[in-house]
Design a protein. Structure first.
Length: 363
C-alpha cells in the first residue's frame, strides 16, 4: 500500500479535483484517489463539497459534471442517493426506534441513504460494525451510539475521533478523553431529573426517591435528581436512590423493596426509570392497596408507554426523534462544509408531560 502524499489545503485539493473532473466529464473515486495521492474517503469528502457548490453531481462511486449527458434527475430530489450514512445503534427497539425515525426523515430530505447496523451494547461490536461500514459500504459519515460504560471508553472514543469521515454521536458524549473532531447530539438527562424534582416539590413533596435500571441514562438522571434536591432545600438524609436490573423478576423485587422503603421512610414521591419498571411499580401498588397519587406520587422517565398506565403516568420524555433528526442534519452539514465548519456539540432538553399520577394529594 502506497502512503498518502502530504495533502494540500482543502481548497487547493478540490481545485485539482475539479480540473480532473472538467477534463474527463466524470471521475471514479477508486481510480482517481491514487492518482491524486489522497485516500478514497478524502476524495469522497471533496466531491461532496464540490456537489454542495453545484460544481459536481455525486453518483455511485464517483461524480460527473452537472451538465454531463445522461445525468438528468440525479440532483437533489431524485431517487439516486447523494450520500451514504452509517447508523450504528445498540438496537432498534424501545428507546432507539424514535432515533431511527428522526434520522430517516432527515436523510430523506437531503436525499441520503442510511445503512443501519445494530451492536447489542457491545463495544467490540461497535468497532467491528464501524470498520465494516467504512471498508465495504464506503459510507460518507457515521451516526452512532457507542457503548461507553467500560474501561476501554477512552480507546474507543479516541479511535472514533481519528476516523477520516465525520462521526456524530447520538445520545452519547465523550467524557473519558478530550476529542477534536467528534460531534454529538445528546439528551440532557440531568436536566430531566431536575424537571421531575421541581414538579414534585411544587406538589408539596419533600421526600423524593429514585429507582433506575442499568442504562446510559441512569448516572445523569441520578445526578440531576441529587443536585436539584439540594438546590431546592430538601434534606439529603431524607432522600434515597435505588438501582436494579430490568428482568421481570428483578423488577418485581425492586418494586417491592421500593414500596417497603417508601413506607418506612415516609417517602411520598418516586421517580422511576424506565417505563417498564414504572409499570411494574404501579401494578405492585394496586396489589398492595397503595393509591397513586394520594399515597405515592409517581413520575416515570422515558414516556414510551407511560400514558397507557392507570392512572396515566406523569413522565419526563427525552426528545429522541429530535436527537436522530439533528444528528443526521449535523453529519450532513459537516459533509457539505468540510473543514470550514467547526465541530458542533448539542444538548437537547427533555420535556415533562404531567398526568394524573403526580398531580393531587390526599388531605
Amino acid at each position: 500500500m502506497t502512503a498518502e502524499r502530504p495533502d494540500p489545503l482543502p481548497g487547493q485539493r478540490q481545485e485539482r479535483l475539479l480540473r480532473a473532473l472538467r477534463a474527463t466529464g466524470s471521475v471514479v473515486v477508486s481510480t482517481l484517489a491514487p492518482e491524486l495521492g489522497v485516500s478514497e474517503m478524502t476524495l469522497r469528502r471533496d466531491l461532496n463539497a464540490l456537489a454542495a457548490r453545484g460544481l459536481a453531481v455525486r453518483v455511485h462511486g464517483g461524480a460527473t459534471l452537472p451538465d454531463a449527458p445522461g445525468q438528468e434527475g440525479v440532483g437533489p430530489g431524485s431517487e439516486a442517493p447523494q450520500l451514504t450514512i452509517g447508523l450504528v445503534l445498540p438496537g432498534v427497539e424501545y428507546y432507539w426506534s424514535p432515533v431511527v425515525v428522526g434520522a430517516r426523515e432527515a436523510a430523506a430530505r437531503v436525499n441520503a441513504r442510511l445503512i443501519l447496523r445494530c451492536t447489542g451494547y457491545d463495544p467490540i461490536e461497535d468497532r467491528k460494525q464501524v470498520q465494516s461500514l467504512l471498508s465495504y459500504a464506503n459510507v460518507d459519515g457515521l451516526i452512532m451510539a457507542p457503548t461507553l460504560d467500560s474501561l476501554e471508553n477512552g480507546e474507543l472514543v479516541t479511535w472514533l475521533d481519528s476516523l477520516p469521515v465525520p462521526v456524530v454521536l447520538a445520545d452519547r458524549r465523550s467524557t473519558a478523553v478530550p476529542v477534536r473532531n467528534l460531534e454529538w447530539v445528546t439528551s440532557d438527562h440531568a436536566a430531566g431529573g431536575a424537571l421531575a424534582v421541581q414538579h414534585l416539590v411544587a406538589q408539596g413533596h419533600r421526600r423524593i426517591a429514585v429507582c433506575s435500571g442499568p442504562t446510559a441514562t441512569t448516572d445523569q438522571l441520578l445526578g440531576g435528581w441529587h443536585r436539584e434536591s439540594i438546590r431546592l432545600g430538601l434534606d439529603p438524609a431524607e432522600q434515597f436512590a435505588m438501582r436494579t436490573d430490568l428482568t421481570e423478576r428483578d423488577r418485581r423485587h425492586a418494586a417491592d423493596e421500593l414500596l417497603e422503603r417508601c413506607t418506612s421512610t415516609g417517602t411520598t414521591a418516586v421517580i422511576v426509570h424506565p417505563d417498564i419498571l414504572t409499570l411494574t411499580l404501579v401494578q405492585q401498588c394496586l396489589d398492595a392497596g397503595i393509591a397513586i397519587p394520594d399515597d405515592l406520587a409517581v413520575v416515570s422517565y422515558d414516556d414510551e408507554v407511560a400514558a397507557l398506565a392507570d392512572p396515566p403516568l406523569s413522565a419526563v420524555m427525552p426528545l429522541k426523534q429530535d436527537v436522530g433528526r439533528m444528528a443526521m442534519e449535523m453529519v450532513h452539514a459537516r459533509l457539505m462544509a468540510g473543514d470550514r465548519r467547526p465541530p458542533n456539540r448539542l444538548t437537547v432538553m427533555p420535556v415533562l408531560n404531567v398526568r394524573r399520577s403526580s398531580t393531587t394529594r390526599r388531605g
